[in-house]
Design a protein around this ligand. Structure first.
Ligand code: ADQ
Length: 764
């Protein structure tokens, strides 16, 4: 950097000096010419004023008058002398300062008289710079009768020019110093400073220390470079962590699923087939804020699990383009390559109108199917117009899929969730060679409950177009098979868990979804103890407490948030010694608030928290803190690590990932999970305290049990649960699902190309 600074100083000094000298040179030359012209005209004036009396003298011989005029001209500034000469060059009157016999002067005078014109020159006269004006004198008939010499000292012009140059050099020096100084400061602020900060950051990343990325203002011009370094360092860290995990697993003789192992497995299983994933929610959302397009990754286990698979096999993910800047980022075919920092697979966006989104997503899927499948005592709403939108959107996604799949011989298609119940049939009818699976992320109700849906047959028939249907737990598979058995004409095989309908076989299997265990990476370990994390959180929220309970949910009526608050109230009532000590923090992301039931529920949750707080709060202690916003993963982990107890009290839940995220975050093997028996997770996590969330008093009692649990028991329970989540993590889930789909044997169907049933015309 020093060499750069010196080079810069030298280049700036030379450059600025040359520019300054060139412009000053022109300026000064103009000034010198002006001074010379000035002197020239001054000499002309003196010459002309003397010429009259000299001509008179030559005509009349009035010498006294001539001498007087010559004497009076001697007052002129810088005048060296004046001489009046006869026709024969003889000096008639000469002022004392002028040596009349100087050859230069006599020659000039001769030339002037001979040529009958004024001659004006600057010359050296005895080491003195002078200006000489030689002019002829005329008789009345215009004949030349003599001459006149006017000599001025022009040395002052040189001195003036010298003074001006002096000022120019001083100005130039100041300019160079100021500009070089400012440039060096800018370099320091915008280049050397940021480079030093980036170097410290990169070194910390490289050596695996706690590295905080410098803020944008600290990085200045290097900001965009840092944007590239971040992902590079992250992928380096991931590769290192994966290698360490692999080595650790080899040493421990364990076979844990990792992103790398999953990618490799799926590549082998798929062979030449391409993978297509369909979901309502897209993995990358582009939004415009303050005229800048930003990309966000929605917090979802799906992106964590499916992302690496698609990266590994260069697949395609088809999803609803919901971001307000999404359309700006796609090509002419509505495609873009993602992940943005290292594009590896294609995201195909499907556009929905406002009405379609209202009808298909908010209406049929979330006001109809969601409450239909969850036993939470909210009545499903089925509108014929919503069904039409649901059908049309499924058709739209089918068209997009067919477009993407064009030319593929044996595509593999993985459809996500209850938004696309009709899609498997629509697809399979047009592409019998495709292997199609749909994973249903929410529970499947009993046949009696499902039967209230006016389009029950169409939904079942749509789903049975798939080769494989996945649920979280066996009980949901059973409910589905009972429902099919009761409603549709088909053959259910209870031994192999499959359904045969119209010569098409659909396998129905459980695949319990899970989470990553990111905290297994040594770099991801927190330096703080749970106690320190808690103190930091309480301080941040401005409350005083000792014990911490947490809940993390979308604010949804199926999650049992009200019952949870009431259990906290019941616990504080029964164990007053915990008043002032136990605080329950509910992190609740607003969800589907365009639906009235959700907007109302949001208000109910706020009111219930306020009611309980008003009853117990004192000083800086609160029994319940309701943080009603989306938190990022890092923030959530902070809460997970700090909490004595995590409460998952869903009234009904397909799986519930929060329960598993809490376990994944507890590397210290501490903390207690209170888990509703109505979650899919309760079927795996037997070491949680299992509760019936409708039993408020028993759930309140479970908080006391959790807080009083002895350390040994707590560690043992957590250790068991961590082992289970580690073994059956999100990568295991994805591998099982794709493995099962690749195992599907495609039958040769006689009637495979029969037309799709027209559900819309069958609206009831
Ligand atoms: P959800 O009903 O959304 O999922 P859940 O499984 O608990 O329920 O997943 C919620 C996710 O959102 C978790 O990853 C959680 O961390 C995150 N989250 C919740 N509140 C948040 C907040 N305030 N800020 C940030 N993140 C928040 C559906 C089914 C579930 C099933 C999943 C996956 O209803 O039963 O487990 O799909 O299949």
């Amino acid at each position: 950097m020093r060499i750069l600074s010196w080079r810069l100083i030298l280049a700036l000094t030379i450059g600025l000096s040359l520019v300054s000298l060139a412009s000053s040179w022109y300026e000064i030359r103009a000034q010198r010419d002006a001074l010379r012209r000035d002197l020239d005209s001054k000499a002309e004036v003196v010459g002309e004023s003397l010429a009259g009396s000299a001509q008179l003298y030559l005509a009349t011989g009035d010498r006294a008058g001539l001498e007087k005029s010559v004497d009076s001209s001697g007052n002129s500034e810088h005048l060296v002398g004046v001489g009046i000469y006869g026709r024969d060059d003889s000096a008639l009157v000469i002022t004392p300062g002028l040596n009349a016999s100087l050859p230069v002067l006599t020659q000039l005078l001769k030339n002037a008289m001979q040529d009958n014109r004024n001659i004006s020159v600057f010359t050296d006269l005895r080491f003195r710079r002078v200006h000489v004006l030689a002019a002829p004198l005329h008789a009345t008939d215009k004949t030349v009768i003599g001459g006149i010499l006017v000599v001025h000292d022009s040395g002052y012009i040189g001195s003036e020019i010298f003074r001006i140059w002096g000022r120019v050099f001083v100005r130039m020096a100041i300019q160079v110093i100021v500009i070089v100084g400012i440039t060096l400061l800018i370099i320091r602020w915008s280049l050397t400073g940021p480079i030093a900060r980036v170097a410290v950051w990169i070194r910390a990343l490289r050596t695996g220390q706690d590295a905080v990325r410098p803020v944008a203002t600290d990085l200045d011009v290097l900001y965009s470079l840092a944007g590239e370094v971040g992902p590079l360092a992250e992928s380096m860290q991931r590769a290192r962590a994966a290698a360490e995990t692999e080595a650790g697993l080899r040493n421990a003789n364990e076979s844990q699923w990792t992103a790398e192992r999953l990618a490799d497995y799926v590549r082998n299983r798929l062979g030449k087939s391409s993978l297509f994933v369909v979901s309502n929610r897209e993995p990358y959302i582009h939004s415009r804020r303050d005229n800048i397009v930003t990309v966000t990754v929605p917090a979802s286990g799906l992106v964590t699990a499916i992302g690496p698979i698609l990266c590994a096999c260069n697949g395609t993910w088809i999803a609803h383009g919901s971001g307000d800047a999404d359309a700006e980022m796609v090509d002419a075919h509505d495609r873009l390559k993602v992940p943005p920092e290292e594009p590896r697979y294609t995201l195909r966006r499907v556009w929905l109108s406002r009405e379609q989104e209202e009808g298909y997503y908010y209406g049929f899927a979330n006001e109809g199917l969601w409450p239909l499948c969850h036993i939470a005592h909210t009545r499903p709403i089925f509108r014929a117009s919503d069904w039409e939108h649901y059908y049309a959107v499924n058709r739209k996604f089918a068209d997009a899929l067919i477009e993407e799949i064009a030319g593929e011989e044996n595509p593999v298609v993985l459809i996500q969730d209850y938004h696309f119940a009709l899609l498997p049939r629509m697809l399979k009818d047009r592409l019998p060679n495709a292997r199609v699976a749909i994973f249903w992320h929410i529970p499947w109700p009993t046949p009696e409950a499902f039967e209230i849906c006016p389009w029950q047959r169409e939904l079942l028939d749509g789903l049975l177009g798939a080769d494989l249907i996945g649920f979280h737990v066996r009980a949901h598979c059973n409910n589905f098979l009972y429902t099919v058995d009761r409603i549709l004409e088909s053959r259910v095989d209870w031994e192999h868990f499959s359904v045969k309908r119209k010569d098409h076989l659909t396998s129905v299997q459980p695949f319990p979804i899970s989470v990553e265990l990111p905290c297994d990476i040594p770099e991801a370990r927190s330096n703080l103890t749970a106690q320190e994390e808690r103190s930091a959180l309480f301080a941040e929220l401005g409350i005083e407490a000792t014990f911490l309970g947490i809940g993390v949910d979308r604010v949804d009526y199926t999650k049992g948030i009200l019952e949870r608050f009431q259990a906290v109230e019941c616990f504080l009532e029964r164990y007053p010694s915990y008043q002032g000590k136990f605080t329950f923090i509910q992190i609740g992301a607003p969800s589907r608030t365009r639906i009235k039931r959700y907007a109302d529920f949001q208000l109910e949750v706020e009111a219930e928290a306020s009611r309980i707080n008003a009853r117990f709060k004192h000083g800086r202690w609160r029994p319940i803190v309701f943080l009603n916003r989306q938190h990022n993963r890092h923030e959530l982990e902070h809460y997970y690590r700090a909490a004595h107890v995590c409460m998952v009290t869903s009234l009904h839940d397909g799986m519930n990932l929060v329960a598993k995220e809490y376990i994944a975050a507890r590397q210290d093997e501490r903390g207690v999970l209170i888990l509703s028996r109505f979650t899919g997770a309760a079927r795996e996590l037997h070491d949680a305290i299992i509760v019936n969330p409708y039993d408020i008093s028993a759930t309140g009692e479970s908080i006391a049990q959790a807080l009083k649990m002895d350390s040994e028991e707590m560690v043992e329970r957590m250790r068991h649960m961590r082992r289970s989540v580690k073994e059956h993590n999100i990568y295991w889930w994805a591998a099982s699902l794709i493995g099962a789909l690749c195992d599907v044997r495609l039958e040769q169907k006689g009637d495979a190309n029969s037309a799709a049933p027209d559900y819309v015309s069958g609206v009831r």
